[in-house]
Ligand binder design. Structure first.
Ligand code: NDP
Ligand code: 2IT
Length: 458
């Protein structure tokens, strides 16, 4: 969609949208994220139009403070030299040190890094913890690599990244393709180069060396805490609802665990090859063993539960979205649900969609859901539990202390309830009842914009 197609009343906003589109024409994901945020904060922009224009607030908000792009050479098991591209986008440090994950996936490019870092600014603002927005990663594909290759890649990646991060500067963590194994190798290399033990420089660390309890579970658990609150506010009980979850990685697994704990019935999960359907409810121990221990494929579930069904991805619409469900949790990657898929889900009677992934629904899909009274838990609010618990990890590292599982979990739950309330209150204040997408964007933007104005033209 071009900015000309968007219904915009503010002249300043319309000018900014045209400029950002012209400047970033080859970055579709970044433009998508920008349009989603800017159009929904228009009521706030209209109130402060002159002040924002005078201080070029939106122009500054849309330009990353810094983008670092670098070469990552490494030697594979055959002795051959491989070269990947590494990134760190330090988008906005108004609220605290840049904070956000690292993604290792062949699809990584500057547009994807910028959209993720941009989303992270607002997500981190919603946590109400002191963290700015950043993101990084590489087009390195961890699939089918040996442990030694993963380690060599991580070490080479850190050789450059270490120049740009620090516990008060920028604190990376995991994302797609980066879990506790990769964080361990990255941390080891950082410690060796710097010859100093800065535990808070990375989060998602192993529990033996400064990691926080609940960080592994946090994004998925947080998603379900948000979902529970959203349903409760609309007089709906999560208990007994059928749930489908796309993906079977970190976010998907722990969303499944909490959904089951809350009494929901998770009937399907997927990976990038296909999906499984188990009408008796997904046996999560099996999924954990396949994905967390064996690093296998979701199809392997059938070896343990022969009555389950498997469908390979063959069309544009992932087969998981043809399964009828009350609650849909896209927890894989961006733009998983487009308008066509949204129509199928609505036809099948979906009540609520919870974005565990970052931007898993296109803007058109979100609009369609909202028009059709489907409750949408937007990613920047609903999946903020991961980064919030990362900030709790930083806090424990600073204290050189640690909290028990229940203590961190209670803090996470309170943070997610607070995020839901922020979204709901902003939505009501601006007269968009039950539109938690607009609510999240407005609540998040207000804090970032006030901080930016207070800190002057930098
Ligand atoms: P993982 O690497 O642990 O899992 C990713 C899952 O998504 C895998 O099952 C993967 O399948 C599947 N997938 C399907 N299609 C794609 C695709 N095109 N690209 C990448 N993965 C695909 O990642 P996470 O669970 O950590 O992340 C999932 C989503 O949640 C991402 O959008 C991430 O940005 C977001 N997120 C993550 C947080 C965290 O704390 N980890 C916090 C907040 C958001 P396969 O194995 O076949 O590739
Ligand atoms: O998208 C995200 O919020 C994450 N990948 C987690 C970031 C973090 O710093 O924990």
């Amino acid at each position: 969609m071009s900015s000309c197609d968007l219904q915009v009343k503010s002249k300043y906003l319309s000018e900014v949208l045209s400029k950002v589109e012209a400047k970033n024409a080859h970055e579709p994901e970044f433009l998508q994220a920008v349009k989603e945020v800017l159009t929904s904060i228009e009521p706030v922009i209209l109130k402060h139009e002159e002040e924002y224009r005078k201080s070029a607030l939106l122009e500054r908000l849309l330009e990353p403070e810094r983008i670092i792009s670098f070469r990552v050479p490494w030697i594979d098991d055959k002795g051959q030299i491989q070269v990947n591209r590494g990134f760190r986008v330090q988008f906005n440090g108004t609220l605290g040190p840049y904070k956000g994950g690292l993604r290792f996936h062949p699809s990584v490019n500057q547009s994807i890094m910028k959209f993720l870092a941009f989303e992270q600014i607002f997500k981190n603002s919603l946590t109400c913890l002191p963290i700015g927005g950043g993101k990084g990663g590489s087009d390195f594909d961890p699939k089918c690599k040996s442990d030694m290759e993963i380690m060599k890649f991580c070490q080479s990646f850190m050789n450059e990244l270490q120049k740009h991060i620090g516990q008060d500067v920028d604190v990376p963590a995991g994302d797609i393709g980066v879990g506790s194994r990769e964080i361990g190798y990255l941390f080891g290399q950082y410690r060796k180069i710097r010859n100093s033990y800065e535990a808070g420089v990375l989060t998602g660390k192993g529990l033996e060396y400064g990691g926080s309890l609940v960080r592994k579970e946090a994004t998925g658990y947080g998603l379900m805490y948000f979902m529970r609150e959203m349903l409760k506010a609309n007089n709906i009980d999560v208990k007994g609802k059928n749930v489908i979850i796309s993906g079977s990685g970190n976010v998907a697994i722990y969303a499944c665990e909490k959904a089951q704990e809350l009494g929901a019935n998770v009937i399907a999960m997927s990976d990038s090859s296909g999906c499984i359907y188990d009408s008796n409810g997904i046996k999560l121990d099996i999924i954990k063993d396949i994905k967390e221990v064996k690093r296998g494929r979701i199809k392997d579930y059938l070896n343990y539960v022969p009555t389950a069904l498997y469908k390979e991805n063959s069309s544009i619409i992932p087969p998981i979205y043809n399964i009828k469900a009350d609650i849909v949790l896209p927890c894989a990657t961006q733009n998983d649900i487009n308008l066509e898929t949204a129509k199928i889900l609505v036809q099948n009677g979906v009540i609520a969609v919870g974005e565990g992934a970052n931007m898993p629904c296109t803007n058109e899909a979100v609009e369609y859901f909202i028009e059709n009274k489907v409750l949408v838990a937007p990613g920047k609010a609903a999946n903020a539990g991961g980064v919030a618990t990362s900030a709790l990890e930083m806090c424990q590292n600073s204290m050189r202390y640690f909290w028990a599982f229940d203590e961190v979990d209670k803090k996470l739950e309170a943070i997610m309830v607070n995020i839901f309330n922020l979204c709901q209150n902003a939505a009501n204040e601006y007269n968009y009842p039950r539109n938690y997408v607009v609510g999240a964007n407005i609540a998040a933007f207000k804090k970032v914009s006030e901080g930016m104005l207070a800190q002057g033209i930098i």
